[in-house]
Write a protein that binds this ligand. Structure first.
Ligand code: ATP
Length: 322
């Protein structure tokens, strides 16, 4: 394969730029032409496609977001537009595509590969919700961003002897809440994967108070069944201590990528280029037990997510009052 394209799609994630840089430079190094496609599948449909140079990806490794921009494309959900996208790639002579994004973007990639375009999925999402890979690009950075917020919240929350509920991203996957809750020493972690009883949450906060804790911290995934503001109200009523909800929102997506995300992005994108160079069929690239892996793109979405119950249990044990 001589001409390949790369796009970033869905929610942006720190490290996407590192993936673009690696794909462009590894491709050029192999004598390939690498085309940057703007605004995900939207830009592909519009033919917003440009040849990338070695220097066009200079000074981006350390930057958050994505220089190619990203988008959610309603049009691309329709078969006739997928067909149009395949034709567009053909017009540019692009033989294979690297898609950096989450499960939705991979689904789009699967549709495109059914039209005869080999697609390499590089896992770019802060949610860590692609079960075939241990980590996704952006997850580590987002956890560290949340930990920074927790440190700040702890200061003010102790001074005022408050309970703080911090709502982090993750509709179906509680990994952001789990890892930041564990690392931030939360009293309680609430995730969509575990049925937590709100009365028990209140009891735990009360136990913390009676054991002398100046504040209580709850890290809650947005996908947990109870609304965050509602939970703050319940906690305030049940514990008699002021409770505040903090929703950092898109702050979690920003910032320069951590070393771990730069490395993961670089290695997975380099692997994607290697596979396209070797004329492989569509694959999802990821990491498993410290090794870069590639598996069938469609199969990758069938891998069942396993919640890390051991981490959850130890975090819960350490967070309770005595
Ligand atoms: P994140 O979860 O981090 O936001 P994502 O890649 O899962 O990332 P989505 O918005 O779910 O984000 O998907 C990105 C785009 O992928 C969609 O806007 C759409 O264009 C395309 N896509 C998603 N599902 C399909 C599908 N079944 N068929 C075709 N295209 C799809």
């Amino acid at each position: 394969m001589k001409k390949i394209g790369i796009l970033t799609s869905g929610g942006d994630a720190p490290g996407m730029n590192a993936a673009i840089r690696a794909a462009v430079r590894c491709g050029i190094d192999r004598g390939m032409e690498v085309y940057g496609i703007q605004r995900g599948y939207e830009g592909l449909l519009d033919g917003d496609i440009k040849l990338m140079e070695w220097h066009s990806v200079g000074d981006i490794l350390q930057r958050g977001g994505t220089i190619l921009r990203t988008a959610r494309s309603e049009r691309f959900m329709e078969d006739k537009w997928v067909e149009h996208a395949a034709k567009m790639l053909n017009t540019f002579g692009i033989e294979g595509l690297i898609v950096v994004g989450g499960d939705g973007s991979f689904r789009g990639g699967i549709e495109l590969s059914k039209k005869g375009v080999p697609v390499m999925g590089v896992p770019g999402t802060i949610d860590n919700d692609l079960a075939y890979t241990d980590y996704t690009i952006g997850f580590d950075t987002a956890v560290n961003t949340i930990l920074g917020l927790i440190t700040n919240i702890r200061d003010t929350s102790s001074s005022h002897q408050r309970t703080t509920i911090i709502e982090v991203m993750g509709r179906r996957c509680g990994d952001l809440a789990l890892y930041s809750g564990l690392g931030g020493g939360a009293d309680v972690i609430l995730v969509p994967e575990v049925e937590s009883d709100i009365n028990e949450v209140c009891v735990r906060v009360l136990q913390g108070q009676s054991s002398g804790k100046a504040h209580s911290l709850i890290v809650k995934a947005e996908g947990f069944k109870v609304d965050t503001a509602e939970l703050a109200k319940i906690l305030e009523e049940m514990t008699g201590r002021e409770a505040r909800a903090v929703v950092p929102g898109y702050i979690q997506r920003g910032g320069g990528p951590s070393q771990a995300d730069r490395t993961l992005a670089t290695l997975t994108a380099a692997k994607a280029v290697e596979l396209l160079y070797d004329d492989s069929d569509s694959k999802a690239i990821g990491v498993s037990n410290g090794k870069i892996i590639a598996m069938d793109l469609e199969e990758s979405l069938n891998v069942k997510a396993e919640f890390k119950r051991d981490l959850y249990d130890i975090a819960n044990l350490l967070g309770k009052g005595k």
